[in-house]
Design a protein around this ligand. Structure first.
Ligand SMILES: [Fe+2]
Length: 345
């Protein structure tokens, strides 16, 4: 069996595969690791055949949709997943055949309604149902401490105590544990009485995860995060250094339009000498009058280099094939002491 654990901060994801058939699955993929999963699969000589989410994640961005689309393979989730993109919905008792490795589905609601654990040979992928030294929280959307009690004490903890557990999160540097170890030492599992367990889960005061609303929006809809949108735009456009823009501006180059895409107030307060102004929000509306020559070289800039990257991608899509984005923004430009117009008092 092929097995790799990939951590992204506290998020744990896994590549599990079958040597004989060269087929693999990725469990709980994180969007920043897409190339790593593909590289690991290539390294082991296997093809990723399934992309599986153990539940709807609220604290990180799932790669299930983009990875499954890139590879042309099913995105797998429990049938109760609210996301529209899973193309293979599974239920309690189903088995996902990863070549000769079988992943048996246990529906384990509690952390979320759609939570599942996957049992494979000597191990179980517990998602956020059971963590090392903790359990998943039950205070996020569709969480329910009563259901978590049943999923743990009525199902997961009744499995073979020797099974290794691999959770979707670990913030303390652990990589693996066993059911036996967790039964003995996991503080939350010491509350074996339902009412005490539920009371404990209800009174945990946990801070909300970072990016909660954005992660739920992306994971439940299959949309993209702001960071992904920016990364995709940045991958489509070339950049020009601030030194180069300054040199060209000072040489009075007349074949380069320095385009400020910020709002009017920001432009009026100080811009790169000689810059033209076309706010990002009006780009598509005014582009025909403002930039009649599609062969012109354009370098777009904003305050931090993000909006200008989006603007440059839009310009290129519209046919301005020589548009580039400033590698930096007005903030960094000022910090370098480069000339600003009108001159600061
Ligand atoms: Fe979770």
């Amino acid at each position: 069996m092929i097995f790799e654990q990939v951590a992204t901060g506290g998020c744990q994801s896994y590549l599990i595969g079958c040597n004989e058939t060269c087929i693999a699955a990725v469990i709980d993929p994180e969007v920043r690791q897409i190339e790593r999963y593909k590289a690991l699969a290539a390294h082991h000589g296997v093809r990723i055949r399934y992309v599986i989410d153990t539940h709807t994640h609220a604290d990180h961005f799932s790669a299930a949709k983009p990875l499954s689309q890139q590879l042309g393979v099913p995105a797998v989730a429990h049938r109760l997943s609210p996301a529209p993109y899973p193309t293979m919905r599974v239920d309690e008792g189903d088995v996902i055949k990863v070549g000769n490795v079988r992943l048996a589905v246990l529906h384990t609601p509690g952390h979320t309604r759609d939570a599942m654990c996957l049992v494979a040979n000597d191990r179980v992928f517990t998602g956020d149902t059971l963590l090392i030294g903790a359990t998943g929280r039950t205070d996020l959307p569709s969480g329910d401490p009563d259901q978590l009690y049943d999923s743990l004490f009525g199902k997961l903890l009744k499995l073979d105590p020797q099974l290794k557990i691999y959770p979707a999160h670990d913030y303390k540097g652990h990589t693996c544990s066993t059911i036996e170890e967790e039964l003995a030492s996991n503080p939350r599992l010491q509350k074996k009485d339902r009412a005490a367990f539920v009371e404990m889960m209800r009174t945990l005061s946990l801070s909300m995860p970072e990016h909660l609303t954005e992660a739920l929006r992306v994971n439940m809809s299959g949309g993209v995060s702001v960071a992904q949108l920016l990364n995709e735009a940045a991958a489509e456009v070339p950049f020009m250094s601030m030194d180069e823009v300054r040199a060209q501006a000072e040489a009075g180059a007349n074949d380069l339009i320095v385009l400020d895409v910020r709002e009017k107030e920001a432009f009026d307060a100080g811009h790169i000498p000689g810059a033209a102004h076309l706010p990002r929000g009006l780009l598509e509306l005014r582009v025909n009058e403002a930039l009649p020559d599609p062969t012109v070289r354009i370098v777009a800039y904003c305050d931090y280099g993000k909006i200008s990257t989006l603007a440059t991608a839009t310009l290129r899509r519209m046919g301005f094939t020589r548009a580039v984005a400033l590698d930096g923004g007005m903030k960094a430009w000022r910090e370098k002491g480069f000339p600003v117009e009108p001159a600061a008092n």
